[in-house]
Design a protein around this ligand. Structure first.
Ligand code: SAM
Length: 292
């Protein structure tokens, strides 16, 4: 019987065998606890009907646990040095494809079409490289990929921002972007001790369940996000000031902004962080009349 990759002993053996040295710049913190991995796969609800996209398989710790339960796993790995290691460690599993590519540059939709024809659903499951957590999540969401959900390990602080509610200090444009496309839920906190090397920050696993349709219907998605970003540009400033200072030609269009706020029944003296996603939708549709 094959021994699991994700134990301190086997991980050390593999790293020693290949003389592998971690690259901090690639966010390489490998998991050495099968219990945590099992729980991640449980939260993702992976079954023999599921196709899984993994980002950053490392030496295959999570990939192996996914391969045992999923129909297929397609894993994007940027670090060429890991390819021969993965070939070795994942040899017992014939349902895994490792793709040597930066996921940020990859055509994920094409990979899904090619790999998951015979799967009923597709989940993204990963222990993300922390230096690019947000760009990866935003890429997956903005490309409107036909995903059921995303279950990923990331910095606890970023998980908190993604799941934050209005008027909390963590609430900002990332919360709105993530909640526009998904229903986020932090499913567990994870101690530093289950990684090698140990990261400097606390970690958590978040589950993002894709919505059938965006949380709010807006006339222009790009403009909606522009309004959201402008509203949070300087957190101490009022909503009116932020919109005037940060929307294109906002100063000349101050009267239009004031009117849009009034028509939306939103007090311009409020701070952006107090607005719900529904209020941002109403406001951006009103503002779009003057700006688009
Ligand atoms: N899944 C493994 C585990 O849990 O032990 C490794 C996780 S480690 C936190 C992140 C992995 O992502 C590393 O293997 C790293 O080389 C890879 N990686 C970093 N940036 C990447 C990118 N832009 N595209 C694909 N993989 C990347």
């Amino acid at each position: 019987m094959n021994k699991d990759i994700a134990t301190p002993k086997r991980t050390k053996e593999i790293l020693d065998k290949y003389g592998f040295s971690f690259k901090k710049s690639l966010g390489q913190n490998f998991l050495i606890d099968t219990n945590i991995l099992d729980r991640i796969v449980d939260h993702a609800g992976v079954t023999e009907r599921t196709g899984v996209i993994e980002i950053g398989p490392g030496i295959g710790a999570l990939t192996e646990q996914l391969a045992k339960r999923a129909k297929k796993v397609a894993a994007f790995e940027i670090d060429q040095r890991l390819l021969p290691i993965l070939k070795d460690t994942l040899a017992p599993y014939d349902n895994v494809t490792v793709i040597h590519q930066d996921v940020l540059k990859a055509d994920v939709k094409a990979v899904m079409d090619e790999q998951f024809q015979d799967c009923d659903e597709v989940m993204v499951v990963a222990n993300l490289p922390y230096y690019v957590t947000t760009p990866i999540i935003m890429k997956l969401l903005e490309e409107n990929l036909p995903l059921k959900g995303i279950v990923v390990m990331l910095q606890k602080e970023v998980a908190d921002r993604m799941a934050a509610k209005p008027s909390s200090k963590e609430y900002g444009s990332l919360s709105i972007a993530v909640q526009f496309y998904t229903e986020p839920k932090t499913v567990m906190g994870v101690p530093k001790t289950v990684f090698v090397p140990q990261p400097n920050v606390d970690s958590a696993v978040i589950k993002l369940t894709l919505r059938g349709a965006p949380a709010v219907a807006v006339k222009d998605e790009a403009f909606f996000f522009q309004v959201v970003r402008a509203s949070f540009a300087q957190r101490r400033k009022t909503l009116l000031n932020n919109l005037v200072n940060n929307l294109p030609n906002g100063k000349e269009k101050k009267a239009d902004i004031e009117k849009a706020l009034q028509d939306s029944h939103i007090d311009g003296k409020r701070r952006g962080e107090s607005l719900s996603i529904e209020e941002f939708a109403v406001l951006s549709d009103r503002l779009s009349k003057a700006f688009l």
